[in-house]
Write a protein that binds this ligand. Structure first.
Ligand code: FAD
Ligand code: NAD
Length: 467
């Protein structure tokens, strides 16, 4: 065999699997159909969206918050072309970083569409239409996902768009109609709302970010409404038609009333679907699940074909970059004969709105459904000295702890820098800390993390200090 490991796809699952395999002394190749490495995450996902979130947050603060800090700006203006150029540069730096890491780790990169000829042979269709073949003892499928749509909506990529196009708009929409109040909708909706667009969100469920703890969705909706976003919850979209520079979205209210909204762009953000087109899975006797088109794997992330593994968005579980990365490491270590472990219960979820939303572990709804008795401790950021200093008063930390043992079962945060704060909760829960353990640990003052300690004090025996 030419290679010990061939990875198909270079997203956070694939590139991490390739690097970890190489670190373990396995001769490794990675096949990527696009010109740059990094997959959805680096090219059209996490990284460009965060670049735009940061830029738009600066703009929003300059236009809405600087004055209270005693900073006056005259003639503030938006240079959309520069904002997009910076985003493109951020992406380029990150994707170039992966090329550097591949070279450093002596990983052979092949550009082209990889497909199975048999379980050890991958045919690569290169951009110039020529083909090459490589063989490997182990194959890791890391082909990720693509935006999904609704069967009755035609994405034209101009006025009816997905997240990919929303990351490259050359103008601020006047009115962005958003289908789906999940992570992508709220992050990209925030970008354009901060830049001055009217943003209307139509969500099928009765809450935004409906899979997270209900309290978080409620609070986030309140704050985003203050920022100017409007919400139609429990509404069912029935159509979207583009005509010239306008899009009309039709939808049904919970009571059956017919409604419509006309905007200049409609972003469809109703989830993503696993991507296996052109992989030739049938050549090795593999099929995909009907719903979601995911590849089925066992606990070792191995498919029903020995030596063929699959990781990341293309398999079950959360569609998150860090989950894909963890699986990349896991599978390389399995191939090298090690016995790695992933704690799927402790994969944090983050929404990069402002305030940020971050959570790990069980929600109240899940604990109730499982009949687990729990205690709750909450602490609002408006009572945090650090938050008062920065002016970020919205949100809270909520800790759920086992009623009998005090073990922390879930942490749900909405507030400033929640994305970074959640790491402490992950560590605590990995070591099975009780709420009292955290209550007794020193937290630097003044920091937002003190709010986590206060929520633990509230959960332990209702004795927060600062409220
Ligand atoms: P992908 O990143 O999708 O990579 C798959 C790669 O495989 C692609 O490069 C593709 O070109 C390649 N490929 C596919 N088929 C073939 C083939 N036959 N041959 C060769 N190559 C092939 N997650 C987070 O955790 N945090 C975030 O902040 C976040 N923000 C996001 C924002 C947006 C707008 C989007 C769309 C997603 C975001 N995500 C975020 C989700 C995250 O991007 C995905 O979970 C992650 O990229 C999945 O990694 P992956 O390696 O499984 O697949
Ligand atoms: P999502 O599942 O987060 O949200 C989709 C939303 O659309 C849901 O709230 C759902 O109820 C709603 N919906 C579905 N059908 C609908 C309909 N017919 N009408 C109205 N609403 C409808 O999916 P997404 O926001 O598209 O994101 C896709 C994936 O990308 C997610 O799995 C997410 O994990 C990942 N992602 C993660 C981050 C992050 O970690 N910060 C950021 C962006 C994307």
């Amino acid at each position: 065999m030419q290679y010990d490991v061939i990875v198909i796809g270079s997203g956070p699952g694939g590139y991490v699997a390739a690097i970890r395999s190489a670190q373990l002394g396995l001769k490794t190749a990675c096949v990527e159909k696009y010109a740059t490495y990094g997959g959805t995450c680096l090219n059209v996902g996490c990284i460009p969206s965060k670049a735009l979130l940061d830029s738009s947050e600066h703009y929003y603060n300059a236009s809405h918050a600087f004055k209270t800090h005693g900073i006056n700006l005259d003639n503030l203006s938006l240079d959309m072309a520069q904002m997009m150029k910076r985003k493109t540069e951020v992406v380029a730096k990150n994707t170039a970083g992966i090329s550097f890491l591949f070279k450093k780790n002596k990983i052979d990169g092949y550009q082209g569409i990889g497909s199975f000829r048999d379980k050890n042979t991958i045919s690569i269709k290169k951009p110039d239409e020529t083909t090459a073949e490589i063989t490997g003892k182990n194959i890791i499928i890391a082909t990720g996902s693509k935006p999904s749509s609704l069967p009755f909506i035609q994405i034209d990529k101009k006025r009816i768009i997905t997240s990919t196009e929303a990351l490259t708009l050359q103008e601020v929409p006047k009115h962005l109609v958003l289908i789906g109040g999940g992570v992508i909708g709220l992050e990209l909706g925030s970008v354009y709302a901060r830049l001055g667009a009217k943003v209307s969100v139509i969500e099928f469920m009765d809450s935004i970010i409906p899979t997270m703890d209900r309290g978080l969705g409620k609070e986030l909706q309140k704050v985003l409404q203050k920022q100017g976003m409007e919400f139609y919850l429990g509404h069912k979209v029935t159509g979207a038609i583009a005509k010239g520079k306008e899009v009309t979205v039709t939808f049904d209210a919970p009571n059956g009333d017919k409604k419509e909204l006309t905007g200049d762009y409609c972003l469809v953000a109703v989830g993503r679907i696993a991507y296996t087109n052109g992989l030739g899975l049938d050549k090795i006797g593999l099929s995909v699940e009907e719903h979601g088109r995911k590849i089925t794997v066992n606990d070792h992330l191995e498919t029903s074909v020995k030596g063929v593994y699959a990781i990341g968005d293309v398999v079950k579980g959360a569609m998150l970059a860090h989950k894909a990365e963890d699986e990349g490491t896991f599978v390389a270590e399995v191939i090298a004969g090690q016995k790695p472990h992933i704690n799927y219960n402790l994969i944090p979820g983050v929404v990069y709105t402002w305030p940020e939303v971050a959570a790990v572990g069980q929600t109240e709804e899940q604990l109730k459904a499982a009949n687990i008795k729990y205690k709750t401790g909450s602490f609002p950021f408006r009572a945090s000295g650090r938050a008062v200093a920065s002016g970020d008063l919205d949100g809270f930390v909520k800790v759920l702890a086992d009623a009998a043992t005090d073990e922390i079962l879930g942490v749900h945060i909405i507030g400033p820098r929640a994305a970074d704060m959640i790491a402490e909760a992950v560590v605590a829960m990995e070591f099975r800390a009780s709420a009292e353990d955290i209550s007794r640990m020193s937290h630097a003052h003044p920091t937002y993390t003190e709010a986590f300690r206060e929520a633990c004090l509230a959960a332990t025996d209702n004795r927060p200090i600062h409220i």
